[in-house]
Design a binder for this molecule. Sequence first.
Ligand code: HEC
Ligand code: HEC
Length: 257
Amino acid sequence: MNLIHLMRWVLATLVIASLPAIAVAGVGEGQELYNSFCQICHGALGEGQAKGKSLTDNTANSLNDADLIAVISEGRAGTGMIAWGGSFGEDEIFDIASYVRTLQGKPGLNLGDADSTVSDDPMVLAGEQLFNGNVGCVSCHSYRDQGGSVGPSLDGISSRLSGDALEQAVLNPSASIASGYEAKIVEQNDGSIVRGRFRNDSELAVQLQSEDGSRWVTFFKDRVKSISDSSESLMPEVYATLGATEQQQILAFLKSL
Ligand code: HEC
Ligand code: HEC
């Protein structure tokens, strides 16, 4: 967890802790507020409109509850997503976030379960800690609805990839790139290079998700020098730098998913 995530988490935890009841009770109120203030940009069902992105796509789905609350309260600097924390009380933000969850087909917010785990195998637990901690895999990958969206969700990865393929995927990410997660490289007119996950293409523009996952950036084709496919994975070769024990722990964790 980096500092910003930590601060957001603490903030959201404080918000939640100060609420009398954590329940789905606020969904009705949340819906009213959503329809009045959010629908215009995000669509009645969260499907997205010209001025706001979808709230039901992978990115929005993989925001954990704390991040969801944080983005509604604090907004996203430099985008149409303003901070709503000044306009609404904490419980109203909570209701709106609950309603966004129902648009995503989820039961509501459940911060209490954020750290729950289904395994009691010490190897798996240690691997999960590495995954979420120092090694930072979770900034790009989600499992059980928590985590980033630059890389594929790893739920069910053990049934999608055999043990060998799984090990190859982490040891040598660029050897085979999961489809839909390709990177593109944009060379801007000032010579600077931007890399990101390819998201959308149109006649005029290409849209990339920043490597840290936090932003979607649009590049107009006639305003950059070049746009090309990258043969390298966005996934850093961090696994290969770990000790044997840590590698085994991470693999054990992946195999438990
Ligand atoms: C003026 C248009 C506008 C309004 C009104 C608006 N948003 Fe947004 N919202 C955006 C844009 C644009 C983004 C994408 C920001 C970015 O590039 O990361 C966004 C992002 C978000 C995200 C993050 C989605 C993700 O996948 O990371 C959430 C959640 C969200 N909005 C919820 C809301 C809620 C809830 C409201 C009402 C209280 C609201 N928005 C009102 C424009 C709007
Ligand atoms: C900067 C983002 C980023 C980080 C950090 C990251 N990955 Fe990835 N990962 C990706 C991307 C993007 C892909 C898809 C492209 C590819 O196949 O290389 C991927 C692919 C994978 C796959 C294959 C998934 C599939 O469906 O084929 C596994 C497994 C995986 N990563 C595990 C890990 C583990 C374990 C860590 C931590 C050691 C990690 N990743 C760190 C971005 C990241």
